[in-house]
Design a protein around this ligand. Structure first.
Ligand code: NAD
Length: 336
């Protein structure tokens, strides 16, 4: 069946990887709505030649524009990535996070409801199979101690303006399912890494600073733990949830790859020592420098992905060590 899919934030890190993957599918038309913030890069988008693809530069906070896109492009499915996504920026400029992550998500939900349904639980003819997939984060669950995992049942306890804005958007998505019967699914994923990530994030920063032989800044004592997910594994998980996920449910997506930040930095340095040794014979790890910690820095995130694994048959194909090799090669090529 032919589908018209609206992807928001498709010029960002995960969105562009998703578009490149999704555009290989047949019988779809893709509309990418992105207002090209500093985090966007249109060069990251490599759409399959046979795909019917439209890019619209615009803001999800513009309700009239969003509604117009739904009508003009007869949207059947939404994959909603667009967000302000950097925790550090949410500490210095939280307003943008409230606008895009909360108001923008509300506009999309409302436009979907208005164009797919006549009343609560009453679909327009031909729109019965519509779907709205909301991409969220494990940061909504707050922080973990040394043990335990986030499951779909874990209570929300967001600690930064970023995670609080994403938690709010998750609640809006949930409410549109319960109040109107809007066909929604939500994914909460762990930290992504891989090609096309913005340079401000941890792994691109480590690789870039190492290549240019600058100090590699690591927050605090480097002992904070994240559960790393290779971006293509995430894109495949999102697509599976879009196709087979149960409406109204949430699915946690995680790579079962818990690593301390200092381990990440040392591993990248070791790989670079092997594939691009420094003329001085020194190790890139000499560049690692500990800097003042981020305020309210969550200690540990880790996801229990057994629901998506057992119910939908998704598994992460990359572990951190295999995914980081691919990632380093991609950045080496980019910086050359
Ligand atoms: N990167 C991660 O590790 C990670 C982890 C968990 C969840 N997520 C979630 O995944 C989604 C994508 O993350 P990412 O890392 O690709 O983000 P990103 O910051 O790389 O990209 C965000 C994209 O959204 C666009 N955008 C921002 N505000 C917009 C607006 N008002 N209107 C239209 N477009 C707008 C930007 O221009 C950019 O292209 C986000 O919702 C984020 O919360 C990311």
């Amino acid at each position: 069946m032919f589908k018209s899919v609206l992807v928001t934030g498709g010029a960002g890190f995960i969105g562009s990887n998703y578009l490149n993957y999704k555009s290989k599918e047949e019988n779809i038309k893709i509309v990418n709505l992105d207002n090209l913030t500093y985090a966007a890069n249109l060069d990251n988008i490599k759409i399959n030649d046979n795909c019917d693809y439209t890019f619209i530069e615009g803001d999800i906070c513009n309700a009239d524009l969003v509604q117009k896109i739904f009508l003009e492009h007869k949207i059947d499915e939404v994959v909603h990535f667009a967000a302000e996504s950097h925790v550090d920026n949410s500490i210095t400029n939280p307003g943008a996070f409230i606008d895009t992550n909360i108001v923008g998500t509300f506009n999309l939900l409302q436009a979907a409801y208005k164009s797919w349904m006549d009343a609560p639980n009453v679909f327009r003819e031909g729109k019965e199979n519509s779907k709205f997939l909301h991409v969220s984060t494990d940061e909504v669950y707050g922080t973990l101690g040394r043990t335990g995992l986030f499951t779909e049942e874990t209570s929300y306890a967001p600690n930064s303006p970023y995670s609080a804005s994403k938690a709010s958007s998750d609640m809006l998505v949930r409410s549109y399912f319960h109040t109107y019967g809007l066909p929604v699914v939500t994914t909460n994923c762990s930290n992504n890494y891989g090609p096309r990530q913005h340079k401000e994030k941890l792994i691109p920063t480590i690789i870039r600073k190492a290549i240019f032989q600058e100090n590699i800044p690591i927050y605090g004592d480097g002992k904070n733990i994240r559960d790393w997910l290779y971006v293509l594994d995430h894109c495949k998980g999102i697509n599976l949830v879009l196709e087979k996920g149960k409406l109204g449910e949430t699915y946690n997506i995680g790579g079962k790859n818990e690593r301390e930040n200092i381990y990440i930095a040392k591993t990248i340095c070791e790989i670079l020592d092997n594939i691009k040794p420094l003329e001085s014979q020194k190790s890139y790890s000499d560049l690692i420098t500990f800097v003042k910690d981020r305020p309210g820095h969550d200690f540990r995130y880790a996801i229990d992905a057994s629901k998506i694994e057992n119910e939908l048959g998704w598994f992460a194909e990359e572990n951190f060590e295999s995914g980081i090799e691919k990632t380093i090669h991609w950045y080496l090529e980019k910086h050359n």
